[in-house]
Design a protein around this ligand. Structure first.
Ligand code: SF4
Length: 487
């Protein structure tokens, strides 16, 4: 039996699998199959179906085609591979769709016509089993799934006693990826505190953590295969993971030349209640610089917090931001502050009103005025996914009501918080080390460091792509930087 895994990329509140990230799903599935399965990306498939597998050289006036940027070593043989394939396993699903610098996740609407003629069994899995959402749409994507022989929940959600083995054997798919990847590592799932109205995590998973030794073994295996960039990002709160300090320590001990060790989601409550701030101090000590705790605040408006069962009060969030700044604000080896908070806000939650924006601005300004740093503010419109409390009650009522204000609200935050904050986080003259040249747009090369939410730096010349550069920062855009290569 020949199995082929087709990665259309995944993005969930807890877990990223959009290049340059390599997500957990294709890896675990490869481990489960326990044979030499082929690994393909949606980019390979697009290149074959739309461009006859020929790579187009970007002209100086053009932008890099990011729809076909993330090819595997198999792209030239994709036709033969798919003819030999008995079972095609499609991994797909974005629950928190964003804009990605150098990748475009595949949607069902795009994918189905591309694979419907293939003469093999087709299985659909990944976050899509709970629905998937196009960037910029309110509801999940509705498609006719008849071409699939099975919608597979089990491959989406292996139990951790199985993941223990699959995570190790599945590391080998990295050999089919010629480019650098940051490896998204899972530490746990489920949420022990939240019942947030919009969130699918409590529906998908009960609270469970992977054993520290299993996580370490997986990282060591990837390290042996040459991987140097890791994010302990697939979890709802890194501070909640048991033995998190030991894990960080052990990773550094066993992988001395690791270049990136970052985290992702953090519950502000856990930062504040962390005894003697031991976890924060350890993240600063053992993690690499440029690290960010993405704090899922969603709103600073007490009424919205109450009506959507959000779990952090504005005061608590402010305190968490202070604690992380206290230990993490110093600049580290990559030129960025060692460890900073990031803030996630959501538009369209129940009881959102003009006051919501005023409260958001009040607290963000307080942070700025008190000399604190926030690395990034992520603002998105709520995705209304089936089964969530919001789907049952409220739906898009507030999205519809307030949508006309969103541009203004977002712009206020971008102009009056993000912009001055960016100047504080990465002032002119900062040297950001090891920035990876990712795409061209005309004569500009966009680069960024590997890591969690790295800053994008535009360089006014054509640097060779997929190479690393040290960049001196020369200016600030609203959410990105301009720079020049330091030779
Ligand atoms: S805290 Fe809320 S948003 Fe975060 S995982 Fe738990 S329920 Fe979901």
């Amino acid at each position: 039996m020949v199995h082929t895994i087709l990665d259309c990329y995944t993005d969930e509140a807890a877990g990223l699998g959009v290049p340059p990230y390599l997500g957990t799903y294709p890896r675990y599935i490869a481990g489960y199959l326990n044979e030499d399965a082929y690994y393909l990306t949606i980019d390979d498939l697009r290149l074959w179906k739309k461009y006859d597998s020929k790579i187009h050289k970007t002209k100086p006036s053009e932008k890099t085609n990011i729809a076909t940027y993330n090819l595997t070593i198999n792209y030239k043989n994709i036709k033969k591979i798919l003819e030999r394939t008995d079972t095609l396993i499609v991994v797909l699903g974005t629950h928190v769709p964003g804009k990605y610098l150098s990748a475009i996740p595949g949607t069902l609407r795009e994918l189905i016509p591309l694979i419907e003629d293939l003469n093999c069994k087709k299985i659909l899995t990944g976050p899509v089993v709970y629905g998937t959402q196009h960037s910029g749409r309110k509801f999940y994507e509705k498609s006719n799934l008849e071409i699939f022989n099975k919608i597979d929940y089990s491959m989406f959600n292996f139990s951790y006693d199985k993941v223990k083995e699959y995570a190790i054997t599945g590391t080998k798919i990295i050999k089919q990826i010629p480019d650098y990847r940051i490896i998204e590592i899972e530490t746990g799932h489920g949420c022990d505190t939240g019942r947030c109205s919009f969130c699918t995590e409590p529906l998908k998973n009960k609270v469970e953590f992977r054993e520290k030794e299993d996580i370490l073994k997986e990282i060591i295996e990837f390290y042996k295969l040459g991987c140097r960039f890791f994010r302990l990002g697939k979890q709802t709160c890194f501070y909640t993971s048991p033995k998190n300090i030991e894990l960080l320590k052990d990773i550094r001990q066993h992988c001395p030349n690791i270049e990136v060790l970052h985290i992702d989601n953090v519950n502000p409550l856990k930062v504040v209640t962390d005894k003697n701030h031991e976890i924060t101090k350890s993240i600063v000590k053992y993690g690499t610089s440029g690290n960010i705790a993405a704090l899922g605040i969603e709103s600073f408006d007490d009424e919205v917090i109450k009506q959507n069962s959000l779990n952090a009060s504005p005061k608590m969030t402010y305190e968490a931001v202070k604690v992380i700044n206290k230990y993490g604000a110093g600049r580290g080896e990559d030129g960025m502050p060692r460890f900073l908070p990031g803030i996630n806000l959501i538009f369209g939650l129940r009881e959102e009103s003009k006051k919501t924006h005023e409260e958001n601005m009040k607290w963000l300004k307080k942070m700025y005025n008190n000399n604190l740093m926030i690395r990034r503010i992520n603002i998105r419109q709520v995705a209304i996914l089936e089964g969530t409390p919001l789907f049952k009650e409220g739906k898009d009522k507030f999205l519809k009501k307030n949508r006309r204000y969103y541009w203004k609200w977002r712009n206020d935050i971008r102009q009056n918080i993000d912009f001055p904050m960016l100047k504080r986080v990465a002032p002119k003259g900062t040297i950001l080390k090891n920035c990876h040249a990712e795409i061209y747009d005309g004569n500009t090369t966009f680069c960024r460091q590997f890591g969690t939410y790295p800053l994008i730096v535009g360089v006014k010349s054509r640097l060779e792509l997929k190479k690393f550069y040290n960049l001196g920062i020369t200016g600030h855009m609203l959410r990105s930087l301009t720079g020049k290569a330091i030779v």
